[in-house]
Design a protein around this ligand. Structure first.
Ligand code: NG1
Ligand code: ZN
Length: 550
């Protein structure tokens, strides 16, 4: 009864917006920030219940990533640091859309009973809160806190302004009873980075190593965090632009999403940057894409997208695994047939998929949305996933990590400094550098930097791994985006009837043509993707498919 009156009191101060239906989507709830007070309050309730249910620490992140600064959003990190269990998404939708406090309370009591959730009166459970740099973040954080504390037995801990992956990392660390402060995060990244740098073979170092990197921080949280991290690295010279402290607007003409979709330089980059190694983060620093400005250009770029980051990682991991499995040295017994797999979505450039298959790798396609990619990658001993837009990471199975640790100790005594021991050490360091919870632009960036130095490669050499097929992405505003229903990892539209046939007959007109449509999970649009042998053809194909959708 105490619980009921607490909820009634609190929730009546957070009436839901009129005439909007919210849905948890590919990355939580997102909307104009002014619409979100009630939703964020209710997600606070959900996070507290999730925490009680799992007896673990849960995360709640307030961000709208690469979207406009006036938007905001909210999503939940589960105990392992990953995305909220999909089984709870319908409950999230129901909570967010409950019309009155009474409806809300009824939904909660039914759910609590069904899921058998209770507070045993012991230590309260914790929800960690984070937010990006959006001005609306502060008041939304207060709404979330009220939601969490409307549930008896839950407490809210404000971790401050963070990148999305930092919050996920903290949840993961705290549930493993490890240090989970920002300082611990920076320490883990920088020490594993230094370890990998120390393990670079002498011979492979390029004669003129280029330690200079120019970073576009999207005027968000990532650039500032990187400046702190850089001080602990002492081997990279990082120039951060678009930090958000020099008047620029979050994600406006800057950031990974802009650079990847428009294929032009972000603001404050241009012809002075010809030949430099540049990287763009998104607003909450869970994505990164590299680029360089070709000679003679001031706006056009050579894009090195998520698919190429994936390819670089796959190449490096594959090499380390094969060193590990060389069976010549005596006394070095036992090998582990580690299964390496890569996961992409339909947005992956066709040339990247061909390249990965040529490397002999198992390539899996899933629908868009990190939760799907992550889930598949977790089925491998080493699973690498990336979206073309630069969100991705490398997952290591627990059993493989255990084996690596044991091997490492064993190898330490029989053949200190052997190639196999170095490979084991490298893989262990990669597993610590690259965020195991979710894609992380900071960890990803450091791993790219290490691998380029390890191979002695420039960004141009890297970019030449394969040549991207020209592609075009467009979006179409429609009345009801749910009218489009897809299948086969979003490569086929099964509804409205006949639409796929129309797309097929357009696509058939183009050499190396490929095109698909899907409803966005984060914006009120249908996305159109097209690929063909020339840019002009890809543009034309995208335009005609857009007309079919319209
Ligand atoms: P939607 O709006 O569902 O296409 C976008 C990205 C996803 C993912 C989410 C979450 C594209 C085409 N889609 O999803 O890959 O990153 O945002 O941020 O880039
Ligand atoms: Zn993001």
């Amino acid at each position: 009864e105490e619980q009921q009156s607490l909820l009634l009191n609190c929730s009546s101060r957070f009436p839901p917006p009129q005439g909007v239906k919210l849905s948890y989507g590919t990355a939580g709830f997102r909307a104009h920030a002014s619409l979100l007070q009630s939703t964020v309050y209710r997600v606070g309730i959900l996070a507290a219940l999730r925490s009680l249910k799992t007896h673990s620490v849960i995360g709640l992140m307030i961000t709208a990533s690469h979207n406009k600064v006036s938007d905001n959003g909210v999503k939940i990190a589960d105990p392992n640091g990953g995305m909220l269990s999909q089984q709870w998404e319908p409950f999230a939708d129901a909570l967010a859309n409950a019309p009155s406090p009474q409806d809300l309370i009824r939904l909660i009591s039914e759910f609590v009973e069904k899921e058998n959730i209770s507070f045993d009166g012991g230590r309260p459970v914790e929800v960690l809160l984070g937010r990006d740099t959006r001005p609306s973040g502060d008041s939304l954080l207060k709404a979330a806190t009220e939601g969490i504390t409307s549930i008896v037995g839950a407490v809210a801990i404000d971790m401050g302004i963070l990148t999305t992956p930092q919050l996920h990392w903290m949840v993961h660390a705290r549930n493993k009873a490890l240090g989970a402060l920002e300082h611990d995060y920076f320490e883990q990244l920088s020490s594993s980075f230094r370890c990998l740098m120390d393990l670079i073979p002498m011979g492979s170092k390029s004669k003129e190593p280029n330690n200079n990197l120019v970073v576009d921080g999207a005027n968000g949280v990532g650039g500032v965090k990187l400046q702190i991290l850089e001080k602990l690295l002492n081997s990279l010279v990082i120039e951060v632009r678009n930090t958000g402290k020099d008047g620029g607007v979050l994600n406006e003409g800057v950031g990974a999403d802009y650079v990847q979709k428009e294929k032009v330089v972000p603001r404050s980059f241009g012809s002075n940057d010809v030949g430099k190694r540049c990287v763009s983060l998104d607003g909450d620093a869970d994505r990164l894409v590299y680029f360089s400005v070709p000679p003679g250009s001031s706006t056009k770029i050579d894009l090195v997208d998520g698919d190429k980051i994936l390819s670089l990682f796959a190449l490096f991991i594959k090499e380390q695994l094969s060193i590990l499995n060389e069976k010549e040295a005596k006394n070095e017994k036992g090998s582990y047939e580690a299964r390496l797999g890569v996961v992409q979505t339909a947005y992956a450039n066709g040339a990247s998929t061909d390249y990965l298959k040529q490397l002999g790798l198992e390539v899996i396609l899933t629908p868009t949305g990190v939760k799907y990619l992550h889930e598949k990658a977790a089925e491998f001993d080493v699973g690498i996933y990336f979206e073309a837009n630069g969100h991705g990471t490398i997952l290591f199975s627990e059993s493989f990590i255990c084996w690596l640790e044991a091997r490492n100790n064993e190898l330490c005594s029989v053949s200190k400094g052997s190639e196999r021991q170095k490979a084991a050490l490298r893989l262990l360091a990669v597993s610590k550098l690259i965020n195991q919870a979710v894609g992380d632009a900071l960890g990803g960036l450091l791993l790219v930097e290490v691998i380029l130095q390890h191979l002695g490669w420039s960004i141009h050499r890297w970019n030449e791994l394969y040549e991207d097929l020209p592609s075009r992405q467009l979006k179409v505003k429609v009345e009801d985006r749910t009218a489009v229903v897809t299948a086969n990892a979003e490569t086929v539209a099964v509804r409205p009837p006949g639409i796929q046939e129309a797309i097929n007959s357009e696509t058939a007109k183009y050499h190396q043509g490929r095109s698909f449509i899907r409803p966005s999970g984060t914006e009120d649009v249908i996305r159109v993707y097209a690929e063909a042998s020339t840019q002009e053809a890809a543009d034309r194909l995208a335009n005609s498919v857009t007309k079919i959708v319209d």
